[in-house]
Design a binder for this molecule. Structure first.
Ligand code: ZN
Length: 469
């Protein structure tokens, strides 16, 4: 049997890859397509329950199932905090039931794409594809281009090319989007989600909830199940996030009066396993901490939250800096994934990487970071202008530079002890401004001439396809 097997693209969503695989092979009927894949993988007698869709897709893609799940599904985020088998890594074939039920699950309705990415994909790859990062809950703009993501509610969107929707789609209003992009709590939430998306193992909910409870108590919030005499963590969440945006993450919460217990969020500070979703935990930690780094550190620093390691603790701590740096490069700047690669605790890895001047990149593009630095040092732009020009949040870039300069500042401190800085003019404390409450509105279709040109180019280009017997 001959099967056309397209290579999965970087960060391509598994469901979108499935659509490309079907289109390349001319399969119109999904059931028939799956039967063909089952036969190709020599699973003719197995039932569909025994062999999950994601396993078949991983085989077609030529990747190990766990790697395919971690690179192309939303499982690492959706299952980031769990009560079910926390010791099992994401995508493990040891739990086929998890692969069947979770691997292809969406975390928000509709399908999202960036028109600018579609145009670039034509030029660079010869075809557009559905990106996983664009399907994250609460993500309304493209990290690379800074523009609004386009949205379609077509039920079969991922089975088709994003190009099919380039003339008929929706985007959110510009003023609303601008408000979201200025919101520090939303920036923290998205940074936490991106970090969790790069993880290999889930976290045990019990430990995460204990960390949330301790922080909530420190801030004077209600914890546990007793009578409510203090503000709830859900009240704090409502205060910090744009209400329309928040309603897309936890529908119904904004209609709940202050002081009313909202189980899907307030149970996060029980200090026990309560079945709260990883998305709700990301929201709560983004509301409890002033920085994403501190929030992620708190989520990860609990005992037994590490993946089980066969190495004794003393050996884990003695990790080699060269190996850690190599792991950092191989995992595109992820502290969590680098820690897993070298079998060292996440907290330890993060501390060591920061000492080496290597910050957690959290999905920020290496080229954009490089371009911001080049433009600022070249005197072409000031810091703010460069961040805007390359679609990088200023706070994220400041954190990156602060960490990158750590080795130098530490060395300078040793060469000549630093004097405390003069307080100077007191700076006004910035509080997060809530963006104006504007509903998402119907979008402007992209320029028709441009879309037609893109569609014409599609007809002349073929994606990278390999053939296997
Ligand atoms: Zn884009």
């Amino acid at each position: 049997m001959t099967l056309l097997r397209p290579s999965p693209m970087p960060d391509e969503l598994a469901a979108g890859y499935e659509g490309r695989l079907f289109r390349h092979n001319g399969w119109a009927d999904a059931k028939e397509a799956m039967r063909t894949l089952m036969a190709w993988t020599d699973n003719k007698t197995a039932t569909r329950r025994e062999v999950s869709t994601v396993e078949l897709l991983a085989r077609a893609a030529g990747k190990e199932v766990g790697q395919f799940v971690r690179d192309h599904t939303l499982v690492p985020l959706g299952r980031a905090v769990t009560t079910t088998a926390p010791g099992i890594p994401h995508g493990s074939e040891a739990r086929t039931s998890l692969l069947s039920t979770l691997a292809m699950r969406r975390l928000r309705s509709g399908a999202h794409f960036c028109v600018e990415c579609v145009k670039e994909d034509y030029g660079f790859h010869g075809m557009p594809y559905w990106r996983r990062e664009h399907q994250l809950p609460g993500r309304y703009w493209c990290l690379k281009h800074g523009c609004s993501l386009s949205h379609t509610s077509a039920h079969d969107a991922y089975m088709r090319s994003p190009t099919d929707f380039i003339e008929m789609h929706q985007v959110v209003s510009e003023p609303w989007l601008h408000g979201l992009q200025q919101s520090r709590p939303i920036e923290r939430f998205l940074a936490i989600c991106s970090d969790l998306l790069s993880s290999r193992h889930p976290l045990d909910e019990q430990h995460v909830s204990r960390a949330a409870r301790a922080r909530a108590a420190e801030l004077g919030l209600h914890t546990g199940r007793g009578a409510i005499r203090r503000p709830l963590v859900s009240d704090r969440v409502k205060r910090q996030f744009d209400p329309v945006w928040l309603n897309s993450i936890v529908p119904g919460l904004i209609d709940c009066p202050d002081g009313t217990y909202w189980l899907p969020v307030d149970a996060s500070v029980f200090g026990k396993r309560a079945g709260v979703s990883a998305i709700a935990y990301s929201l709560v930690f983004a509301a409890l901490y002033e920085s994403a780094d501190a929030a992620i550190h708190a989520m990860l620093s609990q005992p037994n939250a590490e993946a089980p390691s066969p190495l004794p603790r003393a050996r884990s701590i003695a990790v080699d800096d060269t190996r850690l740096r190599e792991a950092y490069l191989a995992t595109h700047g992820s502290h969590i994934a680098a820690a897993v690669q070298v079998h060292v605790g996440r907290e330890i890895a993060s501390r060591r990487l920061k000492a080496l001047g290597l910050p957690a990149l959290r999905g920020q593009r290496a080229t954009a970071i490089h371009d911001v630095i080049a433009d600022v040092l070249g005197g072409d732009m000031n810091f703010r202008e460069a961040c805007i020009a390359h679609s990088l949040p200023q706070a994220a870039m400041q954190n990156i530079l602060r960490t990158a300069l750590t080795p130098l500042t530490q060395a300078l401190g040793k060469i000549q002890p630093l004097k405390p800085r003069s307080p100077g003019t007191p700076r006004r404390k910035r509080t997060p401004d809530l963006p104006p409450m504007l509903c998402a509105e119907s979008a402007t279709p992209v320029d028709g001439v441009e879309a037609n040109a893109v569609a014409r180019r599609r007809n002349h280009r073929q994606g990278a396809v390999r053939t296997a017997a």
